[in-house]
Ligand binder design. Structure first.
Ligand code: FES
Length: 569
């Protein structure tokens, strides 16, 4: 018997109430024991990357009906990355909590998770994992290529590049202003290898999508075909009771980490994968990213580190053409929602454009994974994406220029008196999960104008916050523990020497331990760290964990299952 029969099945007052209020044009046989399939739909006019989802959901519904199920649209909390303040990451756990509770509270047997914009797929997966119902992810797809001045221009990445040009005085502000419609010209999420693209592809690497659909552009009719197929599959999942915990295992994360390195994916994926693993009780550590991904070659030439965009990746053969070349690195035990291993779908996927997808024999870069750094400045770890960094800065020692908040950056960065040069190390703290709160994407802080005018385009930056997946630069991020949680980043002073050594995975503050002990004693809370007296922000600050374990709330880690025992009628 399917779970929803706990609402609709049998005789008497309570099942009557459940059926009667749901009828409204729905045929009688809808409640005869057939699976009820929710479409957890993150469509919202305030999430522009997901605005097309109601059309996609209609195709999911057709697939569900066709396969003998009953579709129900379930609007869930949606987060528009560019719109939501103070930062969408503050709300990821809230969205996940709401999704979890609504899936559990309602007569649902399986769910199609419809996500796109950065935080939406992570929140959907986290929430659904904690309920552990059968589920399939349908990524909403990237937008079409943007073009500016005759060249490909990725959204996000283009904003960072052009705004720096304006600050350097090499691009008129009016031209920057006019770039928006050229950069963002269709439905869909960001078209670079940013967080949304990365998480869509990694949902597939985790085995949670119909194999082969991730990366389909939002405007491509094949996305609607995939929606139909996802609806059909959800009915099968419910019938066979194939739950998320049977699909996503430690082996699935192994494959996701391999894929993350090969596609040059967003650093945000580290936090999200750790949080999803936490919901499933899977022991995934920061070191796993370095150990598994460290030796994987970079095969995908996409912005922000490379040249092309998601539409090009799809044209060049798609995600499976990338995975096809990495079969020997993938775990053959990892399953997919179809009940077959991921590797069973690989083989015979051609690369049609080797400038977009490199062959394994001629990679864009060897050893492309995310590097995990340790040292007295990051005892619980920090990460850097070498593929997006300047090679000459990967081993570097320089004097610290310290900022206590992003507001401090805005106030002082362009001050001609700022004591900074091309060798300086910019430190930005107070931007971790607790400190901001919400761990904003500010780690790739802009360069001081006086350096830009000297032609400097990158310096080492260190932060306890995150970096947009569309950004680039020699940026050390997710430093843990964060400054607001008492991490050593809080002890750094202007002029201190900091040593970054990526090949040896070290990040050191070159200050005597005795001096650091003095500073620790004298330390007062840094101004600007967030405080909250009530509401979600208080709950978040009081309970959020470090970036090194996924920045989930301590009481949300794990699963409560799908059983609801009490009934109020
Ligand atoms: Fe939505 Fe980039 S703003 S994916």
């Amino acid at each position: 018997m399917v779970r929803s029969q706990g609402w609709y099945g049998g005789e008497g007052r309570d099942p009557f109430i459940h059926r009667a209020w749901m009828r409204r044009g729905v045929p009688d046989h809808a409640f005869d024991g057939r699976p009820q399939i929710a479409i957890a739909n993150t469509a919202s006019d305030l999430t522009p990357c997901n605005m097309h989802f109601n059309e996609v959901a209609d195709y999911v519904k057709q697939g569900v009906w066709e396969a003998g199920g009953v579709p129900v649209n379930l609007p869930v909390v949606s987060l528009g990355e560019t719109v939501v303040k103070p930062t969408a990451m503050l709300w990821r756990n809230m969205a996940a909590m709401a999704i979890e509770e609504m899936l559990r509270a309602n007569p649902i047997d399986a769910v199609v998770l419809l996500g796109g914009c950065d935080k939406t797929i992570p929140a959907l997966l986290m929430g659904a994992a904690s309920v552990d119902l059968p589920a399939v992810v349908l990524p909403g797809g990237p937008m079409l290529n943007g073009y500016f001045r005759g060249e490909r221009m990725g959204c996000g990445t283009g904003v960072w590049q052009l705004s720096e040009e304006v600050r350097a005085g090499t691009l008129p502000a009016a031209e920057f202003e006019a770039s928006d419609k050229k950069m963002i010209r269709s439905k869909g999420h960001c078209n670079t290898m940013g967080t949304a693209s990365t998480m869509g592809l990694l949902a597939e690497a985790l085995g949670m999508t119909i194999p082969g659909v991730a990366g389909t552009p939002a405007a491509d009719s094949r996305l609607l075909e995939a929606a139909h197929a996802s609806g059909r599959l959800a009915v099968e999942l419910a019938t066979e009771d194939r739950r998320i915990s049977q699909v996503i295992t430690k082996e699935s994360f192994h494959n996701a980490i391999v894929a993350l390195a090969a596609i040059g994916g967003s650093t945000n994926a580290v936090v999200h994968l750790l949080a999803i693993a936490g919901r499933l009780g899977i022991d995934l550590s920061l070191e796993d990213f370095d150990r598994i991904g460290g030796k994987v070659p970079l095969l995908v030439n996409l912005q922000p580190a490379g040249r092309y965009l998601m539409e090009d990746l799809f044209r060049a053969g798609g995600f499976f053409a990338v995975l096809d070349q990495l079969v020997d690195l993938l775990d053959p035990l990892a399953q997919t929602v179809t009940g077959k291993p991921l590797t069973e779908y690989l083989g015979g996927h051609d690369v049609w454009d080797r400038d977009v997808i490199s062959l394994r024999s001629d990679p864009l870069q060897d050893d492309a994974g995310i590097a995990v750094l340790r040292g007295n400045l990051a005892p619980r770890g920090a990460i850097i994406k070498p593929a997006a960094a300047s090679p000459e800065l990967l081993v570097h020692t320089g004097r610290a220029v310290v900022f206590d908040s992003i507001e401090d950056v805005h106030a002082r960065l362009d001050d001609p008196e700022l004591d900074v040069d091309a060798d300086s190390v910019l430190v930005l703290r107070g931007c971790g999960p607790k400190g901001y709160p919400g761990m904003p994407e500010v780690a790739n802080m802009p360069l001081p104008q006086k350096l830009l005018k000297q032609g400097v385009r990158d310096v080492v930056r260190i932060c306890d916050g995150r970096m947009s997946g569309t950004a680039y630069g020699t940026v050390v991020l997710h430093v843990a523990p964060e400054a607001a949680a008492g991490g050593p980043l809080a002890l750094v002073q202007d002029g201190d020497l900091i040593s970054l050594d990526v090949p040896n995975r070290r990040l050191e503050l070159l200050v005597e331990e005795a001096e650091l002990a003095n500073r620790r004693t004298a330390q007062r809370a840094l101004d600007g760290f967030a405080r909250a007296d009530r509401g979600w922000q208080k709950l978040y600050i009081d309970h959020v964990q470090g970036a090194d374990t996924g920045a989930d709330l301590d009481f949300l880690v794990g699963s409560s299952g799908s059983v609801v025992t009490r009934e109020s009628h």
